[in-house]
Design a protein around this ligand. Structure first.
Ligand code: THG
Length: 368
């Protein structure tokens, strides 16, 4: 393949030089940036996350900042979860939907103060969406992307590492809550969060010029626990049932189909985008739902194809949206977005490049 030229359109993470020095082996595009995709030993990176601690450049998780007198109002118009009781310093996992009730992002909404919210977004252009909505609804709010770049510290020893850096107060931080901290001259927000179920923190770096310095400090603090670089781990996240918007979802997916119904409050005001459609969808009943798939045998994992057809009794019932090798289950696992008539335990076949892989549907998550 000829080289792909980004012509400055792919922005570097503040941790870019550090991740190159650590031996990042490839990158993914995400929010018009690059995220490192592994450091050469997939299995070691996985077990480090499960057994000790791993550090990830997740600067691609950009913040869409809503600031001004109408910030709270705009946040609520954009999110189908009730934010009225959200406290300053609290994050909430939310669904952002369009007017048809389609899920267009699944950010963490952080309440910075009464007039400022951050939406910590997945891979879609919510900045444009929020600006458009603010203008159309004539709201007094400024939408921007501030200089904020999260660094994730994940795994059972993450708390010890982060406490040694910023103090023991982090040990009592509740899930998705955050607080400001200075690490020397490095301004941070420290949140208990991250895209794994192994526990951990995200250090929201608020000065991009200090990325490589922060990386070194975390690496140093993690040495006693054998910290190493990693990235949002495909195997662990699949075992743990975490959603990857844009991979596990298509341009029709609503929150109920992908286990996000608990983050939809149907009694919110009608001005919340998508809420009327979601009421109708709920009343009519969803046609698809997300389940797990376990293949009957291990097979070549290198094929990155996603959205492969799934058959049950010779009839196509939906798609396998992605797959990953599970080190803990020693099996090939994945997610299925299939007809509501399909159930855990059903025998199915996945059509992969002309061959048939047999397996069965299962509950999510695979590992609690
Ligand atoms: N951290 C930050 N920003 C992010 C992500 C992150 N933006 C993009 C992406 N990840 C957003 N998506 C998710 C998806 C799942 C979770 C968090 C962000 C998650 N879910 C748990 C679950 O589903 O079990 C917990 C949900 C809950 O308890 O409310 O953690 O990782 N900064």
């Amino acid at each position: 393949m000829p080289p792909i030229v980004s012509a400055g359109r792919l922005r570097n993470s503040p941790y870019y030089e550090s991740t190159i020095a650590e031996g990042a082996e490839s990158f993914l595009t995400y929010n018009r940036m690059l995220i490192p995709r592994g450091y050469g030993d997939r299995e070691a990176e996985y077990w480090r996350l499960i057994n000790s601690v791993s550090m990830w450049d997740v600067a691609v998780q950009r913040q869409v900042q809503l600031k001004g007198p109408d910030a709270a109002r705009l946040a609520q118009i954009l999110c189908t979860r009730n934010l009225s009781k959200q406290q300053i310093g609290q994050g909430k996992y939310v669904a952002v939907c369009d007017h048809l009730g389609t899920l267009i992002n699944d950010p963490i909404a952080l309440k910075i103060d009464d007039n400022c919210y951050w939406l910590s977004i997945g891979n879609s252009d919510i900045w444009f969406w929020a600006r458009c909505v603010a203008g159309e609804r004539r709201l007094n709010v400024e939408v921007s992307e501030p200089d904020v770049s999260p660094l994730a510290v994940q795994g059972p020893n993450a708390e010890d590492v982060v406490a040694s850096l910023v103090g023991d107060w982090v040990r009592s931080l509740k899930y998705f809550w955050f607080r400001d901290a200075m690490l020397g001259d490095i301004p941070l927000k420290v949140a208990r969060s991250g895209w794994s179920k192994q526990g951990g923190f995200e250090l929201y770096l608020m000065d991009g010029s200090k990325g490589d310095h922060l990386w070194q400090l975390v690496k140093e603090a993690g040495k006693p626990f054998d910290i190493g670089p990693g990235y949002p781990n495909p195997s662990e996240r699949t075992e743990s049932g975490l959603l990857n918007w844009g991979v596990d979802t298509d341009e029709m997916t609503n929150p109920f189909e992908v286990r996000m119904g608990t983050y939809v409050d149907l009694d919110l005001d009608d001005d919340v985008i998508g809420i009327k459609a979601l009421r109708r969808i709920k009343a009519e009943g969803i046609r698809r739902h997300q389940l797990g798939i376990i293949a009957d045998r291990n097979y070549e994992n290198e094929d990155q194809s996603i959205w492969l057809e799934i058959e049950k009794d010779g009839v196509v019932i939906g798609h396998m949206t992605h797959k990953a090798w599970s080190y803990r289950l020693q099996a090939m696992i994945g997610y299925a977005l299939v007809s509501i008539d399909a159930n855990p335990g059903d025998a199915i076949e996945v059509l992969e490049n002309g061959r048939r892989v047999s397996g069965s549907l299962s509950e999510l998550p695979f590992v609690m």
